[in-house]
Write a protein of this length. Structure first.
Lengths: 169, 169
DNA sequence: TGAATCCGCACCGCGTAGGTGCTATTATGG
DNA sequence: CCATAATAGCACCTACGCGGTGCGGATTCA
């Protein structure tokens, strides 16, 4: 649990490839063969990315896919939403439909009801998580120069001294 | 996806209750009835918490559960591990067994093999996530005074000015 | 025309989360 | 010592979603 679906993995691999070959129109088969991914499945994933506007598809012979967004604009959040089947929700209570209920009064879906003592805290966590995912730009994540800068137990110290290209939680 | 199992929800609710009733030895049934949770299921969860040492169980009549850790020491990570079935792994490559392989040479499990272009970045994300979960203390999460301090679109600004009791990603 | 490629949909199998039930064990209270 | 209240420890069941496959059609290029 607390895991990303494999689709997201495949999507990131494909996006990485497209990012490194901006000139090519890369067919799904090509990417699948290079990274030993099941071709049919990758095509499903690419379709989802295309529907979400992250890639552009060219049909017919010599067709393929091409990145259609600025990798410094598009975020990990976009990929997760497209390949994970909608907005991520830490718990049911955090679902978008619940949070932005049309009636204004938010709908309570779990059995606990309105007296749930952990709903607010969990929603806070959820917001943090979403914000984090949105802060991770594809360019940061997929660039070959990417590096871990986790100081391994600098916990407690404010992590405000990270480099600009690194990922901030 | 990217969701916590319901067990974790239940565990947090129960821990919250135990935290607010440090004197009582609260039976699972009591907690279940108050929050309208399925009693049998909650007992399963409590058992897992007990095995992990988060709560102490008293058997027999007038038995029940009691917090057995300092809520300022125990973290959300502990609860997730106990109720989520082991270490969370953002992807297969991030699994603990893979990362700390006995042979030293890390085992590659996905089909992509050692040429996977997104493995390192994903592991970096994973480490961030784990560190975050470990930074969230139960006391912070479950105390009634808990408050969201997300400035709603202060993204881009360094979030180093958060209060001490708030959660830092 | 034929080959290559994407498109859209339907379908399948399996693992796992979520939930239930039963029995054993332990302790209290009379 | 017995009845009762409670957890412990299983085994089990069910539903759903992920991962994956297949097929017919549409589109483009040679």
């Amino acid at each position: 649990m607390l895991a990303l679906p494999k689709k997201t993995d495949y999507a990131l691999i494909a996006l990485h490839y497209l990012l490194e070959h901006p000139d090519r129109i890369a067919p799904a088969r090509e990417i699948a063969e290079i990274y030993h991914l099941p071709c049919a499945l990758l095509m499903n994933v690419m379709k989802e990315l295309q529907q979400g506007g992250l890639v552009r598809s060219v049909r017919g012979a010599k067709g393929g896919y091409q990145l259609s967004v600025d990798p410094r604009q598009a975020t990990l959040y976009d990929v997760v939403v497209l390949t994970g089947g909608g907005e991520p929700a830490l718990t049911e209570c955090c679902q978008d439909a619940v949070l932005h209920a049309p009636s204004g009064a938010e709908e309570i879906r779990c059995q606990v009801g309105s007296g749930c003592p952990v709903r607010q805290p969990l929603r806070a966590l959820h917001h943090r998580l979403v914000r984090f995912l949105k802060d991770v730009k594809l360019a940061d994540l997929l660039q070959p120069g990417y590096r871990i800068d986790v100081p391994l137990e600098s916990v407690g110290v404010t992590s405000s001294s990270v480099t600009a290209s690194s990922i901030r939680f």
